[in-house]
Structures are given as structure tokens and as C-alpha cells.
Design a protein around this ligand. Structure first.
Ligand code: PGA
Length: 257
């Protein structure tokens, strides 16, 4: 099974020219290393221009989306994304939960809207640093609760059932404002959490085609340690995805597994 690398560019880069350059570099690498799926989730101002022009093999995703269309100032709907050749949407990223007050209920509405529109949600699930300190039992309870709430009603959605579920503990994210640090989880713990998460939706929700990946400080040095595990089906990559040479190294590593 091909691994999937999902790049989360966050609010980067600042210009369209830089976004195009990065997109071209990644596209060229993807043409060379075919045994990996690549999704670039970039800011809206660059996303739809680039996705409309793209001819493959890279696919495109947004970093957020709204659950409806109409009188919602500033929002972008799943249907608009679908009509712009955007195939994925990151939903429930911890930065949005923490900074913008995105709740489990909002995340759930977005997941359902994405599936109804035919967009594959890249659902982010993960505990905060405080929760992590409380230990494995409390963390698993938290993860189960967050995942269950995010997936409520999914079984009733007809049609599109493709989903990427990311175990991304908030404390493991490297890209902090003003610098970067490597806080990656251990591959063993990430694997244990992914196994735990896999046991939840498959027993309770008839979701087909869900893939489970890890996110949080994945880079050129540690990518293999995570991705070599069969059950870790890919990675959500923030900081390292906007460093072209490093991201290409990761593409190569993933395609050789
Ligand atoms: P990171 O970010 O790879 O810089 O830790 C991942 C993310 O926030 O999705």
C-alpha cells in the first residue's frame, strides 16, 4: 500500500511565486518517485489557482473548510473546494481548536459536509500537553471521545467514504511561531495510539477506506522510523513540508518503503 504524505503549509509562503515554485519542485519529485501519494494543503489564495492548473500526480487540499454555504462571511464551503479540483481538507487541526475555538461539534459538522461534497477529510485527533501529562489511560479516553464526536453520523453519509485520520498530539507539533523545535512522539507510541484509534472506528463506524497517519515534527531524519510501520500509513507534515530539499528526501523515503 502506498504511503500518503500530506503537507500542511500553514500560513506559508507569503507570495504566489514562492507557492508555485514549491509546488513545481514537489510535483517534479512526485513524478520521479511514484510509489507515494502526495497532497499539498496550502493557503486559499494559492490553492485554487494551483489546483486548477495542476496536471498531477500531486493532489491538493485545504487547511480548513466550512459546513455550509450562504450567509457565512469569510468562509469557504466544501462544494466550492470540490469545484476547484481540491480533493482533501484538513479538519480539526489543533491550532484551530486552540487558537480559534473550534469545537468537536464544529469539527463533526465539517467532516460530514466534506464527505457529502466528496472531499476527503484529513481529520486531526490528538491530545494537548496537559492531557498527555495525565498518562496513557486518560489520553486514550480523551482520544476516543474526540474521535467519536468527530465521526458522529458518518455512517449515515452515502457515497464518499474516504477519510484520513491523523494522530497528531498537539504537544508534538514543531512549527511554533518564531521558531521551530522537534517534539516528535516516539514511533512506538504513535503506533500504539494508531492501533488504538483503528480499533474505535472499525468497531463502531462502518467507514470504508480510512487511512491512519501520524503528524507532529515528522522530518527528513525521522520519517522512516514512523513510516516503516505498516500500520502508520502516512504522515501529516508541517514545517518540513516547506523546506523543499527536506520534503523531497521524505518523498524518496516514503516511496521506497
Ligand atoms: P509539524 O506540523 O510537522 O511542523 O510538527 C504538523 C502539523 O501541524 O500538521
Amino acid at each position: 500500500m502506498r504511503k500518503i504524505l500530506i503537507a500542511n503549509w500553514k500560513a506559508n509562503p507569503r507570495t504566489h511565486a514562492e507557492a508555485e515554485r514549491l509546488n513545481t519542485t514537489v510535483t517534479n519529485a512526485a513524478k520521479k518517485h511514484k510509489n507515494v501519494e502526495i497532497v499539498l494543503c496550502m493557503p486559499f489564495p494559492w490553492l485554487t489557482d494551483i489546483s486548477h492548473k495542476a496536471k498531477g500526480p500531486v493532489r491538493y487540499g485545504s487547511q480548513n473548510m466550512f459546513w455550509d454555504e450562504g450567509p457565512y462571511t469569510g468562509e469557504v464551503s466544501a462544494g466550492m473546494l470540490k469545484n476547484s479540483k481540491v480533493e482533501y481538507a484538513i479538519i480539526g487541526h489543533s491550532e484551530r481548536r486552540r487558537l480559534l475555538g473550534e469545537t468537536d461539534e464544529m469539527v463533526n459538522k465539517k467532516v460530514l459536509a466534506a464527505l457529502r461534497a466528496g472531499i476527503t477529510p484529513v481529520l486531526c485527533i490528538g491530545e494537548t500537553a496537559e492531557m498527555h501529562k495525565e498518562g496513557m489511560v486518560a489520553t486514550k479516553r480523551f482520544i476516543k471521545n474526540q474521535l467519536t464526536k468527530a465521526l458522529r453520523g458518518v455512517s449515515s453519509v452515502n457515497g464518499h467514504r474516504s477519510m484520513v485520520i491523523t494522530y497528531e498530539p498537539a504537544w508534538a507539533i514543531s512549527t511554533v511561531r518564531g521558531g521551530s523545535k522537534n517534539n516528535a512522539d516516539t514511533p512506538e507510541n504513535a503506533l500504539a495510539m494508531i492501533r488504538f484509534m483503528k480499533s474505535i472506528p472499525h468497531s463502531k463506524f462502518p467507514i470504508l477506506n480510512s487511512r491512519f497517519i501520524y503528524g507532529g515534527s515528522v522530518n527528513g531524519k525521522n520519517a522512516k522510523a514512523f513510516l516503516q510501520h505498516r500500520e502508520i500509513e502516512g504522515a501529516l507534515v508541517g514545517g518540513a513540508s516547506i523546506r523543499p530539499a527536506e520534503f523531497i528526501t521524505m518523498i524518496k523515503i516514503a516511496s521506497e518503503l
